[in-house]
Design a protein around this ligand. Structure first.
Ligand code: ADP
Ligand code: MG
Length: 273
């Protein structure tokens, strides 16, 4: 069932130095429970698109529907925000409270939920991100990866159906990145709709569907296999190519007869056997 629909979305940043078209006629729909990754070069419009899902930005023209609700209609604002959680790149800019559990509770307090219900949901959410032991900690004492897990706990506590991640691992070390990715995959397995913006191709390869953005447009919407085995296009865009796909491409150029669209090391080994 469709949970997000974007129709002819255009977004223009207006400033004294001139207008900037950041999104240019975007159209797509996403089904309940899908895991979509968005990749694209810097300035291609990924963050601008992300901010449209929970009505932080409203279309200059065109429409976005979240679970059938038009985000531009002011009376839908809270219902939209109850459906869409956001996790951003910089963990420091997301922390609002001086103690971890208060930070996770913040969104719930704003919804006017009873205190004991809030505590229950906060405990469950902290448990889900393996951060229960840090409940009484000051967020400032945590690592970047732990702060991102707290931000994710905040979204889990809210119980939104859709979670939008805007480069959540960009400031983390490889270990922190892996932890976040595991959490994202688990949330997807539990039925959440995931929109995951990243410049790490191996992360995008975990999604069911990949959007490639360029100059404010979605230029590709396909499976990771189709996208990442298109070595020529990946190179043109300046993206990393998965190692196995790149090796397969080079071997084909040396006249190795390999099946098309090899993506993983296992597939390459099997083909060469
Ligand atoms: P991405 O997240 O893919 O790097 P953004 O959505 O941040 O891209 O930006 C898309 C385009 O809009 C870029 O050209 C960027 O410079 C411009 N832009 C982003 N934010 C603003 C803003 N607040 N005012 C004016 N232009 C902006
Ligand atoms: Mg961005």
């Amino acid at each position: 069932m469709e949970i997000i629909r974007v129709e002819n979305l255009r977004y223009v940043y207006k400033s004294s130095s001139g207008d900037k078209v950041a999104l240019d006629d975007i159209n797509f729909s996403i089904n309940d429970g899908e895991f979509v990754a968005i990749i694209g070069t810097n300035g291609s419009g990924k963050s601008t698109l992300a901010k449209h899902f929970n009505a932080l930005l409203l279309p200059t023209t065109g429409k976005i529907f979240i679970d059938g609700l038009d985000t531009s209609d002011e009376k839908n604002l809270w219902a939209v925000r109850e459906n869409v959680g956001m996790v951003f790149q910089n963990p420091d800019s997301e922390i609002v409270a001086a103690i971890v559990e208060d930070d996770v509770a913040f969104g719930l307090e704003n919804l006017g939920i009873e205190p004991n219900k809030i505590r229950e949901r906060v405990d469950l959410a902290l448990d889900a991100v393996n951060m229960s032991d840090y409940k009484k900690f000051a967020p400032s004492k945590l690592s970047g990866g732990q702060k991102q897990r707290i931000a994710i706990a905040g979204v889990i506590a809210m119980g939104t159906k859709i979670i939008v991640f805007d480069e959540p691992t960009a400031m983390l070390d490889p270990m922190g990145r892996r932890e976040i990715m595991q959490m994202v995959k688990r949330l997807h397995t539990q039925g959440k709709t995931i929109i995951y913006i990243t410049h790490f191709m191996e992360e995008a390869a975990e999604a069911q569907r990949v959007f490639v953005m360029e100059s404010g447009q979605i230029i590709r919407d396909d499976t990771p296999r189709e996208i990442f085995t298109d070595v020529k296009e990946m190179r043109r865009l300046g993206f990393d190519i998965p190692v196995a796909a790149e090796l397969a491409d080079r071997l084909r150029k040396k006249n190795f007869k390999l099946p098309p669209k090899i993506l993983t090391a296992d597939e390459l080994v099997e083909a060469l056997k």
